[in-house]
Design a protein around this ligand. Structure first.
Ligand SMILES: Cc1cc2nc3c(=O)[nH]c(=O)nc-3n(C[C@H](O)[C@H](O)[C@H](O)COP(=O)(O)OP(=O)(O)OC[C@H]3O[C@@H](n4cnc5c(N)ncnc54)[C@H](O)[C@@H]3O)c2cc1C
Length: 398
């Protein structure tokens, strides 16, 4: 065992004592990856007076791994996107839980026709050259994505069937982009894209364990449950926060949080992690006094993607060796189903700005994927924002 020198021991004791004397009461709203990351970072730094208030009867937010057959399937986040500068990958890379995915996909048209592989590949390579979620592009490369529609007309204008398929395929890709980007249309200049991919394999899967594994790793339940951080005791489920009253002049307990079950909690600091959708729908009534205009503008203008999954179990394999399907819809077939489109460009920095008290110290902080400048829409982005806001408090109180 490593020897602890008396000097270090005295310093550590003083630090724990100092923290316990003025230990701030911190409430984290939301137990998704951002909230769990913030809580674990605080606990690891001896901030024990914390509570996580979670509206749902489970933790995880948009990570939702459920048992299905003899493995877990993910109703929410599924892939670890990339390796370099990816906090999820960094946290699990030595645990042998991620596996590379080999894709072989088929593309179907909504008329139930299989689109010829070669033509599908041609289309996708054109579209990929149009949209590459690569943050290293230089500003001059940003062209309104709608311009690329013209490329398709130039290439397939003489062939009605191919043109229709090409246009429908663009629409398919638009949905893929929207789910990353949260902008509302390729045809809007706002689709200028500040999202960044991490280098490396973009489709690492959890080998049947489910994305929930990352929550277990954050909470140190995995790989060794004996190392578990005391986070379960600090997490209150079924606590939907309805109002957050903040008093910028209070020296202590500056924030009072009320839940839909009428329970009330006070805190010195809040880390707010619910999604941009929650802020859009409830943000204007939730904060008393109201959030500053810059924040409300950001909430209004940030878009969000609509991603949905349906998990189906088939008794036998009818799809052969492919493990992926792309579905390209004709306009007519599309009208027969309900689609929702998000709106707005990016105001990430304003969204991430804290609400400060009269001493210019943060009392309400904002984390969650939507507050990340370039890894939004992802779990690794969400975790980084949780760590970011926890670190602000750690630095402020130490
Ligand atoms: C279908 C789908 C697939 C996805 N696939 C991937 C993927 O493959 N890879 C990837 O990296 N990302 C993926 N994502 C995105 C990823 O899931 C999110 O970016 C990430 O979960 C965001 O984490 P978060 O903590 O910011 O927010 P959330 O996960 O949304 O957590 C917020 C928490 O706040 C709680 N909350 C909300 N309102 C209140 C309230 N009033 N009071 C108390 N609690 C409240 C919510 O219940 C939730 O638990 C996917 C998302 C979806 C929907």
């Amino acid at each position: 065992m490593e020897q602890i020198t008396p000097g270090i021991f005295v310093m550590a004791t003083c630090f724990v004592l100092a923290l316990s004397l003025k230990e701030p009461a911190i409430i984290i709203i939301g137990a998704g990856p951002a909230g769990i990351a913030a809580a674990t970072r605080l606990l690891e730094n001896n901030f024990n007076n914390i509570k996580i208030l979670e509206a749902e009867p489970r933790i995880g937010g948009r990570i939702n791994s459920v048992e299905f057959g003899d493995a877990y399937v993910d109703l929410g986040a599924q892939w670890c996107h990339g390796q370099k500068d990816n906090i999820v990958y960094q946290l699990v890379k030595d645990l042998n839980v991620l596996k590379h995915t080999t894709f072989s996909s088929q593309t179907f048209h909504s008329s139930r026709k299989l689109i010829d592989d070669k033509f599908a590949e041609e289309l996708f390579s054109i579209i990929e050259s149009i949209y590459s979620a690569d943050g290293n592009r230089d500003e001059s490369d940003y062209t309104t994505l709608g311009d690329y529609n013209r490329t398709i007309y130039e290439k397939y204008g003489h062939n009605r069937e191919k043109l229709q398929l090409a246009l429908s395929a663009l629409d398919y890709f638009q949905h893929v982009v929207l789910s990353y980007e949260g902008s509302f249309s390729w045809f809007d200049p706002a689709a200028k894209n500040d999202y960044r991919d991490c280098d490396g394999d973009l489709h690492l899967n959890w080998n049947g364990l489910g994305y929930k594994t990352i929550l277990e790793v954050l909470m140190r339940k995995y790989p060794d449950p004996k190392q578990q951080l005391p986070i379960d005791d600090k997490t209150l489920l079924n606590k939907e926060v309805v109002t957050i009253r903040w008093n910028k002049n209070a020296q202590k307990d500056g924030v009072t949080v009320s839940c839909s079950d009428r329970s009330v909690y006070t805190a010195d600091n809040i880390i707010f992690t619910p999604s941009i959708g929650v802020l859009k729908e409830k943000g204007s009534d939730m904060f008393i006094p109201r959030l500053p205009n810059s924040k409300n503008e950001a909430i209004k203008n940030i878009g969000f993607g609509a991603v949905m999954k349906v998990v189906m179990h088939f008794s036998k394999n009818w799809w052969g060796s492919s493990n992926g399907f792309n579905f390209v819809w004709s306009e007519e077939d599309k009208r027969s189903v309900l689609w929702e489109f998000p709106e707005g460009p990016h105001w990430k920095n304003d969204l991430a700005m804290p609400i400060k008290n009269s001493q210019d110290r943060p009392i309400i902080q904002f984390a969650g994927e939507a507050t990340h400048p370039y890894y939004y829409s992802t779990v690794h982005g969400a975790i980084e924002t949780g760590y970011r806001e926890a670190d602000v408090l750690i630095n402020m109180y130490l």
